[in-house]
Design a protein around this ligand. Structure first.
Ligand code: TYD
Ligand code: MG
Length: 466
């Protein structure tokens, strides 16, 4: 039978990968709007496409016992030469792993991975960098600018996956970097590069390459405008590790987060600064984020934030204005809006203040995004100060989760937060009462610092105003 008679078109949701016989305005599986595109249905092929060989004879399989000898096998990891990246990866790039690095265009993914290639090569490990987006001249010029000169790093400008696989099998590099997964394609498939079918099949073949040869493969992935990695979630399921490279384009710093990691924790955070000589690691991010703090501290408070093993200080600002609308505005950048609504409700109820005729704005300075409830108390401080038109003491920090009954609940890593804040000159701390008993005695008795332990939100205004 000819190819032609077999090919049939179907509609695939570019968001979740669901396949539909006909077009739908809204995917009935994941609810995404306008996400269905017509693709040519891949003909069933008899070589394994999903990364697993199902038809292998049973005799070739053995069971592995979880005994002592198994425990002794260690994961081999390559140091990337960038300690922030090593930490986010869980201690280096694991041999034979498949890693996906996602991020908005221009954020610095290619720069990061080129610098990683340089770092890995300095250990005499060979790296092939495949560029499907730029010419080798462009990529080479960037590498040169970043000071990477090594015979262990080679470039290839190619987007045909068959060629890439042959090159990789022939040269057997320790690490293969694909820039980007959206540009590579399998010529046998009739869908365009970047579509769900292409991405899925390419990733499956690369997965098989990494698992059979022990090659570590790093994929660069573009993100869609809502921040998800383009292509179906299935790509994220297939890979071992998903890293997300984020940051405010108007600022120089960049955050590297791990969203999934089969070889380490997922709460690690790496901080970089984009300079003319590429990405520089930021070892003291708090300084960077507090650098431009203004003298005027009305509606501004320092929050000690912990993510993974990292603690950093940032500034939370609030502004309150008389509203001219029936429904006053609530705007929040860097702090979850739902939480802000909840917080203002709790404050109205328990502090007896009225926000109903005020527009409220919250901003976490520097384009950071706080995702932990410990910031509640800092936001409450900023709101109180903005609403009451009084300045907060500049060397004060607050952290704690606020519940619906106005209770201030314990947060994790209280001591770590305090210590980080002390480094930057903070001397007053407002924190949950229930954190007190776990703190070091020597810290509490130190005359230089003032600690205010509170159980209830009600106690907050007096502390801030005294
Ligand atoms: P790039 O790594 O190409 O981003 P991505 O691969 O995520 O699309 O880098 C993006 C930006 O970084 C680019 O606009 C220029 C800037 N940049 C620097 O500021 N310094 C440098 O040394 C390099 C290489 C890039
Ligand atoms: Mg790029």
């Amino acid at each position: 039978m000819s190819m032609k008679s077999k090919s049939k078109t179907i509609f695939i949701c570019q968001n979740c990968g669901a396949q539909k016989p006909r077009w739908e305005g809204r995917c009935s599986d994941c609810g995404a709007w306008n996400s269905l595109t017509e693709e040519v249905k891949a003909p069933k092929s008899n070589h394994s496409l999903r990364g697993w060989k199902v038809e292998e004879p049973l005799g070739s399989k053995t069971l592995v016992q979880l005994d002592q000898s198994f425990l002794q096998t260690q994961l081999v990891r390559y140091s990337t030469g960038i300690s922030e990246l090593d930490r986010v990866l869980g201690g280096g790039l694991t041999q034979g792993s498949l890693v996906l690095v996602g991020g908005a265009p221009g954020i610095g993914k290619s720069t990061l991975l080129m610098q990683m290639a340089g770092g890995i090569s300095s250990d005499s490990k060979s790296v092939i960098y495949i560029t499907g987006e730029e010419s080798t001249a462009q990529t080479g010029a960037r590498a040169h600018r970043l000071g990477i000169k090594s015979k262990y790093v080679s470039l290839l400008s190619e987007s045909n996956l068959d060629v890439i696989l042959q090159m990789a099998q022939h040269h057997k590099p320790e690490v293969l970097i694909i820039d980007s997964i959206q540009t590579v394609y399998i010529p046998d498939l009739q869908s365009a590069p970047g579509t769900v079918s292409q991405i899925r099949e390419c990733a499956a073949q690369l997965l098989q390459l990494s698992k059979t040869t022990g090659m570590s493969i790093v994929l660069i992935g573009h993100v869609t405008k809502d921040g998800n990695i383009a292509g179906p979630k299935v790509l994220e399921h297939m890979v071992d590790t998903v890293l997300s490279f984020e940051g405010d384009m108007t600022q120089n710093f960049r955050l590297l987060r791990s969203l999934k990691n089969r070889f380490g924790g997922t709460s690690e955070l790496g901080v970089f600064n984009m300079s003319t000589e590429g990405l520089k690691e930021v070892t003291n991010p708090s300084e960077l984020f507090l650098e431009q703090r203004s003298e005027n501290t009305q509606g501004s408070v320092v929050f000690a934030w912990v993510e993974g093993s990292r603690s950093l200080l940032c500034e939370v600002q609030a502004l309150s204005l008389k509203s001219y609308m029936a429904m006053p505005r609530r705007t929040s950048v860097g702090f979850e809006l739902q939480r802000l609504h909840m917080l203002t409700a709790v404050m109205e109820k328990h502090l007896d203040i009225g926000f109903s005729h005020e527009d409220l704005y919250i901003n976490v300075v520097g384009g950071l995004e706080i995702r932990e409830p410990a910031a509640d108390l800092a936001v409450a401080c900023a709101l109180l100060s903005a609403e009451g038109n009084f300045s907060l003491r500049p060397q004060l920090t607050a952290f704690g989760e606020i519940g619906l009954t106005g209770e201030v609940r314990a947060v994790s890593f209280a001591e770590q937060r305090i210590k980080e804040a002390i480094k930057l000159g903070i001397i007053e701390f407002v924190l949950p009462k229930s954190n007190e008993k776990h703190l070091e005695k020597s810290l509490l008795t130190d005359k230089k610092y003032n600690f205010y332990f509170i159980n209830q939100l009600r106690a907050l205004p007096k502390i801030l105003k005294n």
